[in-house]
Write a protein that binds this ligand. Structure first.
Ligand SMILES: [Zn+2]
Length: 266
């Protein structure tokens, strides 16, 4: 609820906030537990650095999935270039988020773009004119999933900054990407493992065990083989992502972000 309330507030902008200050007694506002960065940044898109208090990727700092979700919901309420959806929950009940990033026009035509993406991937019944129409009117659909192997932390850690840059940068290349590409981004492909990994890392930070691997599986049933589950679809996380990527959208490109690290440690 708190996320939704903050999203609502961020949509109001400065004047909306000023209005709220007038209609709420001061004590009530204090009870909203709004932090200072939220208040001073209402009406603009808060950067990851401002939100987390450090730049994602900073040495010895890992951001936990619940905080990353909070940031994505904030983006959802701050920009018309992103749409965030909770598309299910993980094995241990943590939300799975799917974010769409593109121009506002494209985000307003998700059904049309999805239909064209699916059709061009299954062109058996299309005549040449229809193929040409889809190529000229359609958008490139790109799917990305982050950190299915939870100890390969980079993908999920960088997701906030990646999204922020796509939403806010105004150089020609980024504008061209927003106009021509619809990004389907799963910022975290394995929320349970992400949380375990971050908690374990923080628990051992500054001790002689800092950086050692998890002593248990970071997916309740499949551990490191959760990506092999793409073959058999036995786990809810795989089922959710496969439904979006292969049943609903069939994107033109799909990148599953892994990470090469020594001994698979953080
Ligand atoms: Zn991997």
């Amino acid at each position: 609820m708190r996320f939704q309330y903050l999203n609502y507030l961020s949509k109001l902008g400065f004047f909306g906030y000023a209005y709220l200050v007038q209609i709420f007694p001061r004590t009530d506002l204090n009870n909203l537990s709004l932090s200072i960065p939220f208040v001073i940044n209402l009406g603009k898109i808060v950067s990851p650095e401002e939100f987390y208090g450090f730049k994602p990727g900073t040495d010895r700092k890992l951001i936990r999935w619940d905080k990353i979700m909070e940031y994505f919901w904030l983006l959802d309420g701050s920009s018309d270039r992103i749409k965030v959806e909770e598309v299910g929950t993980s094995t241990e009940g943590n939300p799975m988020l799917l974010t769409y990033i593109s121009s506002p026009e494209n985000l307003g035509n998700l059904d049309g773009i999805r239909e064209m993406s699916w059709s061009i991937a299954h062109p058996e019944d299309l005549d040449e004119a229809e193929v040409e129409r889809i190529i000229s009117e359609g958008k490139s659909v790109v799917a990305m999933t982050m950190s299915i192997h939870a100890s390969e932390v980079g993908g999920t850690q960088v997701a906030s900054d990646f999204a922020y840059r796509l939403l806010t940068e105004e150089d020609e290349l980024t504008k061209k990407i927003r106009d021509n590409v619809l990004l389907l981004l799963f910022p975290c492909a394995n929320p349970d493992g992400q949380i375990m990994t971050v908690d374990w890392y923080r628990k051992n930070l500054g001790t002689e065990f800092e950086g050692c691997g998890l002593p248990w599986l970071y997916h309740k049933y499949t551990g490191h083989d959760n990506n092999r589950d793409a073959l058999t679809l036995t786990q809810v996380e795989t089922q959710i992502m496969n439904k979006v990527i292969l049943k609903d959208w069939f994107p033109q490109a799909y990148i599953d972000h892994h990470q090469m690290v020594r001994h698979h440690n953080v």
